[in-house]
Design a protein around this ligand. Structure first.
Ligand SMILES: Nc1ncnc2c1ncn2[C@@H]1O[C@H](COP(=O)(O)OP(=O)(O)OP(=O)(O)O)[C@@H](O)[C@H]1O
Length: 313
């Protein structure tokens, strides 16, 4: 388990992380979501003992990173995929990491196999694509077979195939019972990857919940109804309920009632229905809702969505 308690980091005048408290549980992929500059990397660096909190603590199974006996066996991390020496082979890089952390060298072959890099293990890491570099970074994080894994923006810049691979791999790690914290500013990607969310903005916690609850709590659930007798249905709904109705092309969008209630009212009034479909809010809508009226945020959000469209193009 990872726990942040009152975690705060100040760089001069910038409050990068502001009194952040949350927990990350094993067996689930937890998305660490927030726009660029929200404080995700700083938080992760403090979890890994690479930066000192101004106040508060980041605990790994109840301990500071620096108190861990054999840190790589407890927590593995991918912060920057390109930090590998370009002239080293993938194998040599992992071997160096293994030796310097007292991990048996045979583990190198295992992790190369896990991330699908066995065939290129002896090639220069400098010639790797971004996707291959990410896999090598993940192999490094897995070297100590740790229970806890941190990934900072692992899908940034990857093609759809690479994104899918990372997503499946994260799920596999969580299914093995590990604690997986993955940061991203890509909202839609997180809605597919993460089962739990920790959402931050300007260093502060906005929400911690399951992805489903996050969307549910922050967005209005509506039901889309299409009927050849729309005005009769509208009258019946207005007469008997406090539901709010709005028109959307040839459909009625109803909030305040669920699909079953609308179906019952339609049947009681002998109204024919052609469609009765619950509409779920999206993570984008939820994020907009919770981050309120900040212009800066909405610009960030628009950029995040644009990037997502680019990635999927
Ligand atoms: N070493 C540093 N010195 C000064 N300011 C910093 C430093 N590191 C981060 N910051 C500032 O702290 C804030 C949070 O940055 P951080 O990199 O943690 O955000 P992030 O959510 O990871 O965003 P990104 O995805 O862009 O990295 C930003 O305003 C950033 O400019």
């Amino acid at each position: 388990m990872i726990e942040a308690r009152g975690l705060t980091k100040r760089y001069g005048k910038t409050l990068a992380v502001n009194d952040l408290s949350f927990t990350v549980q094993p067996g689930r992929v937890t998305g660490f979501l927030g726009p660029n500059g929200a404080g995700k990397s700083t938080t992760m660096r403090m979890m890994l003992g690479l930066d000192n909190p101004t106040s508060g603590v980041a605990l790994i199974d109840g301990k500071n990173y620096r108190e861990l006996h054999n840190p790589l066996r407890k927590i593995g991390a991918l912060l920057d995929a390109k930090w590998v020496h370009p002239n080293r082979s993938a194998y040599a890089h992992l071997q160096w990491m293994a030796v310097s952390n007292k991990i048996p060298v045979r583990r190198v072959d295992e992790v190369l196999e896990l991330v699908g890099l066995t065939a290129v293990a002896k090639k220069r890491a400098g010639g790797f694509s971004l996707g291959m570099s990410q896999r090598l970074g993940i192999a490094g994080a897995l070297l100590g077979d740790p229970e806890i894994l941190l990934f900072d923006e692992p899908v940034n810049g990857l093609d759809p195939e690479g994104i899918l691979w990372i997503r499946k791999f994260m799920h596999r790690l969580a299914d093995e019972g590990r604690t997986v914290l993955v940061s991203s500013h890509l909202l839609s990607e997180m809605s597919l990857t993460a089962q739990e969310l920790v959402v931050i903005g300007r260093g502060k916690l906005i929400a911690q919940s399951s992805t489903e609850d996050f969307i549910h709590a922050a967005t209005e659930n509506t039901v889309k109804v299409r009927s050849p007798q729309a005005s009769k249905l509208r009258d019946a709904l207005m007469r008997t309920t406090n539901a709010t109705l709005r028109d959307d092309a040839d459909a009625l969008v109803v909030s305040g009632l669920d699909a079953a209630q609308i179906g019952e009212i339609a049947a009681a009034n002998q109204v024919v229905l052609h469609e009765l479909s619950p509409q779920r809010g999206s993570l984008e809508e939820a994020f907009m809702q919770l981050t309120g009226d900040s212009v800066e945020y909405h610009t960030e959000l628009a950029q995040a969505v644009d990037q997502l469209v680019d990635v999927n193009r």
